[in-house]
Ligand binder design. Structure first.
Ligand SMILES: Cc1cc2nc3c(=O)[nH]c(=O)nc-3n(C[C@H](O)[C@H](O)[C@H](O)COP(=O)(O)OP(=O)(O)OC[C@H]3O[C@@H](n4cnc5c(N)ncnc54)[C@H](O)[C@@H]3O)c2cc1C
Length: 430
């Protein structure tokens, strides 16, 4: 039997948005818990950081929020993954040790975003990873010193990743940004009103000044015998091949929508729809951070605070943050325009290139169908361990398909845990 807990406010996601929401919701003596599937809080950007370490190094922001979380009366449920919703107001979670049913009065979804991968010949070779993915592996201890790494894809995160990998001793042979130079210049000029971001960008450029940064440049093939040895890039009207041990490649981020979809929250433009108070279309369920749209850590923190205050009916505190959120959203608009993916990337995958690497389904096999649902039923695309998190996102971009529905469990789970979903299954008389 699963453990049962009940919270006034339950928060899913221990990244910046979830941490900020928890700190604010815990102010009024409510029972608040924050759930994250990682061993420690911090989400994608602050993963593995500790208060002491970050305070002493370059992230006082992380240190201050991690301290606030420790001091707040928040129950931290680490290593706990939400896998299903057995009934309204209850989520089913799994840990290494057991399953638990977490009931809530108010729920805040802060499930973040994940990298977008696009298929191209050779993208499944060992040595080809996500950009943020390689950074996470290195932060978790993967030795990278002396290894040659090409960083490719799109977005400011490429600079952050290259900087981090270089700090750990990697030799960065190239940063390939698909966006064209004039768009980046416009984006840079627009940052004049955001000195913090301008300084951050300038810092990266300065530290990476000896690294080649090519715009309008993207990988067309990864080559190697059993593992990566080189990558061919499209650059201008030419191609060039670069020898490397790793290709860290990510084409921006996409909001994680599995849980909001399971909870029937309305989506809008590929993100969770929210009102001014960060409340979703389902009463009592709020959303904050990158699950509502990819906007970076600062916006995630602001949205998290608004959601936390709104969930405990402190609307006056929440409203004071509206202007800051508006500024954050303007920055997101600029980011989207600057790093919009170019049409050419839709033809990187050849007929034989696998799009679904779990079930080994090629582009050609998928092209025979008119929708994600049809393709999934006929080819098993999206039915492997990643449950379409990689190929579904790629198919959305390649074929303009929509993925409308989701079935529990949203992550692979133990059979014993799944038994707890029964109440939603057969009901008497049906
Ligand atoms: C791989 C990656 C690397 C990145 N690297 C950088 C970087 O170097 N620099 C930078 O400025 N920005 C980076 N970003 C962007 C940055 O992470 C975000 O701007 C910021 O962290 C958003 O905060 P968030 O709280 O919305 O989401 P996140 O920080 O993503 O936190 C969401 C958390 O929810 C957890 N979660 C999701 N679903 C469940 C579930 N069902 N059960 C339990 N837990 C769940 C996730 O594991 C995650 O820990 C990166 C993003 C990604 C995806």
């Amino acid at each position: 039997m699963a453990r049962n807990e009940h919270y006034d406010v339950l928060i899913v996601g221990g990244g910046p948005a979830g941490i900020a929401a928890a700190c604010c919701a815990a102010r009024a003596g409510r029972r608040v818990a924050i759930v994250d599937d990682n061993p420690a809080q911090g989400g994608q950007i602050w993963r593995g950081m500790t208060e002491e370490w970050t305070a002493a190094t370059q992230s006082p922001l992380a240190a201050s929020w991690l301290r606030r979380l420790r001091e707040a009366k928040v129950e931290v449920l680490a290593g706990t993954q939400i896998v299903a919703r057995p009934r309204d107001g209850v989520l089913l979670a799994e840990t290494d040790a057991d399953a638990c049913l977490l009931a809530y009065d108010k729920l805040i979804l802060a499930a973040g975003a994940r990298e977008r991968f696009l298929p191209f010949p050779g993208w499944t070779l060992p040595g080809v990873t996500g950009a943020g993915g390689l950074q996470s592996l290195v932060k978790s201890g993967l030795p990278i010193a002396g290894r040659r790494v090409a960083v490719a894809g799109s977005g400011p995160v490429l600079l952050a990743v290259a900087d981090c990998l270089r700090d750990h001793g990697a030799e960065i042979c190239l940063i390939a940004e698909q966006a064209p130079w004039p768009r980046l210049v416009r984006f840079g000029c627009g940052l004049i009103g955001s000195p913090g971001k301008l300084l951050q960008g300038a810092g990266y450029k300065w530290r990476l000044k000896t690294v080649r940064y090519r715009t309008g440049c993207w990988p067309v093939a990864a080559e190697g015998d059993g593992k990566l040895s080189s990558v061919t890039f499209h650059a201008g009207s030419k191609t060039r091949t670069v020898a490397c041990d790793y290709l860290a490649c990510g084409f921006g981020f996409v909001p994680s929508l599995e849980l909001p979809t399971l909870l029937d929250c309305r989506l809008d433009g590929g993100a969770v729809w929210i009102d001014d108070w960060q409340e979703t279309s389902v009463q009592g369920i709020y959303a904050a951070g990158e699950t509502t749209g990819v906007g970076g850590v600062d916006l995630a923190l602001i949205e998290g605070q608004i959601a936390g205050y709104a969930a405990i009916d402190c609307q006056d505190h929440a409203a004071r943050l509206f202007r800051a959120r508006e500024r954050g959203r303007r920055f997101v608009g600029a980011l989207d325009r600057a790093f919009a993916l170019r049409e050419e990337l839709k033809s990187l995958a050849t007929a034989e290139t696998p799009v679904c690497r779990c079930e080994d389904v090629s582009r050609q096999q998928l092209e025979a169908y008119g929708s994600w649902r049809e393709a999934k039923l006929q080819t098993r695309c999206g039915m492997g361990p990643c449950q379409g998190r990689v190929c579904g996102t790629a198919a959305e971009f390649l074929f303009d398909w929509q993925r409308e529905s989701i079935r529990p469990p949203i992550f692979p789970a133990d059979v014993g845990t799944l038994a707890e979903i029964r109440p939603l299954g057969k009901q008497p008389g049906k």
